[in-house]
Design a binder for this molecule. Structure first.
Ligand SMILES: Nc1ncnc2c1ncn2[C@@H]1O[C@H](COP(=O)(O)OP(=O)(O)O)[C@@H](O)[C@H]1O
Ligand SMILES: N[C@@H](CC(=O)OP(=O)(O)O)C(=O)O
Length: 413
């Protein structure tokens, strides 16, 4: 049994879906195919959630129509039959007619999860039409999570049992990435870009032979080609290096993906859906670490500095208060540093979460912040690589460990 994962970029149009079917036909006859929402559908659904929460009915309806048009165009080029998604769109339309109830994050999951249902309904219908026998699986029935909406934590025991029961041998199964369900049947999501993680969950439970994530790049490169001109393909990576790169923000793999695979020694291939025959990257149990430096850029960062209002030191009591506030606001820390009387953190400048965090912090601290920053991480750095990224940048903060340097910079060019 293999597990394949196709992201939004790979199924953004009808040609992408045909390409998926071809890859599955040639390489994945005994496989679980995990698919994300098509193209930028998750962003579009997030925007619908915001309009719905703001009770902007016109905008909600306009955006649903545009989402429908996008999916209908793809279906008209593939099967010409729109019935596969009827129920899902009807459900969305009924849902937004009701008054906004419940917490924002829960409402978010009920709406945003529909992107993966739509994509897999369309893809399963098309794959069947091409003559392959494929079974559509509802990942919500299989992946059991707690009630941490937007970042559901997996209940491995229940999930393991359910996946084993649902997945048969020598078949093609098509299912959704990114989504799960609580004990009381409320839909959850696993965190943005969480479909890679879903693939790892299935592979772990099924003791799969391998996982392949199909991307629009040749494999894992030593930098994001969107930011860097001269990138190098990393043909082999240890699980440890892959975890570190993903953790620091190499968006090519979701950071939670690697550990379950490492625990069972399942290799993870990262390959190009444009050149399915090319070797790509394989992540596994290797003795040797990477030797070439890798670069990770995170833009739209904000540096928040805190000074206790009561002039106390940054010691255990203040630290525990600070971390409590971050957990309460659901903001993840990308980097932190402290002195005796100040604590600095760098986080993604998420407009849904950072303003609320600042309000919470202001209860106990004098807060200053500096936005529009970049966080550059270099793994296996040397002085030359640091100098390579610093032209036209003002360095605000630097943190070094044995293998990794992190630089917080402002563009001055
Ligand atoms: N180190 C890296 N190697 C390759 N691609 C990277 C790296 N870091 C970031 N990326 C980006 O990851 C993108 C693929 O991930 P993503 O767009 O999330 O795919 P999908 O939607 O298929 O999950 C690439 O287009 C590339 O811009
Ligand atoms: N659709 C979800 C989950 C996901 O993993 O998508 P992708 O594989 O396209 O990054 C998101 O955009 O967050």
């Amino acid at each position: 049994m293999k597990v394949f994962k196709f992201g939004g970029a790979s199924v953004k149009d009808a040609a992408g879906v045909r390409n998926l079917a071809e890859i599955v036909r040639s390489q994945g006859q005994n496989a679980v195919i995990v698919v994300s929402a098509m193209g930028k559908t998750t962003n579009a659904l997030e925007s619908i959630v915001r309009a719905y929460a703001d009770r902007n009915t016109d905008s909600v309806h306009r955006q649903i129509e545009s989402l429908k048009a996008y999916h209908y165009t793809i279906m008209s080029e593939l099967t010409g039959d729109f019935s596969a998604v009827d129920q899902t769109f009807a459900h969305l339309e009924t849902y937004v007619e009701q008054p906004v109830g419940g917490l924002y994050d829960e409402v978010y999951d009920q709406i945003v999860s529909l992107g993966e249902l739509l994509s897999t309904q369309i893809i399963a219908a098309y794959v069947k039409q091409t003559g392959l026998s494929a079974q559509w699986l509802d990942a919500r029935q299989l992946i059991r999570t707690d009630t941490t909406f937007r970042e559901g934590r997996v209940n491995w025991e229940v999930t393991n049992r359910r996946i084993k029961e649902a997945v048969g041998k020598n078949r093609i199964h098509i299912t959704q990435g990114f989504i799960g369900q609580t004990d009381d049947n409320r839909t959850t999501t696993l965190g943005r870009e969480g479909s890679d993680y879903t693939a790892a969950i299935f592979a772990y439970c099924l003791q799969a032979e391998s996982v392949t994530i199909w991307k629009d790049v040749p494999g894992v490169l030593n930098a994001d080609p969107k930011w860097f001109d001269e990138t190098v393909l990393l043909e082999k990576l240890t699980y440890q290096d892959a975890i570190e790169l993903a953790y620091y923000g190499a968006t090519v793999i979701h950071p939670k993906t690697i550990k379950p695979l490492q625990n069972k020694g399942i290799p993870l291939y990262v390959k190009s859906f444009l050149k399915p025959g090319a070797p790509g990257t394989v992540i596994g149990n290797y003795e040797r670490h990477l030797t070439i430096p890798s670069f990770i850029f995170k833009v739209n960062q904000v540096l928040i500095s805190l000074h206790p209002n009561d002039f106390s030191f940054i010691a255990e009591d203040n630290l525990s208060r600070i971390f409590g506030r971050f957990a309460q606001a659901g903001v993840k820390i990308n980097l932190m540093q402290n002195t005796a009387i100040s604590f600095s953190v760098v986080v993604d400048n998420n407009p849904d979460r950072v303003p609320a965090l600042l309000d919470l912090l202001k209860q106990d601290f004098r807060v200053s912040y500096n936005d529009g920053l970049e966080l550059i991480t270099i793994r296996y750095y040397d002085q030359g690589t640091i100098e390579r990224v610093l032209p036209n940048k003002k360095l605000l903060l630097e943190q070094k460990s044995r293998y990794t340097v992190q630089l917080v910079v402002k563009d001055v060019g």
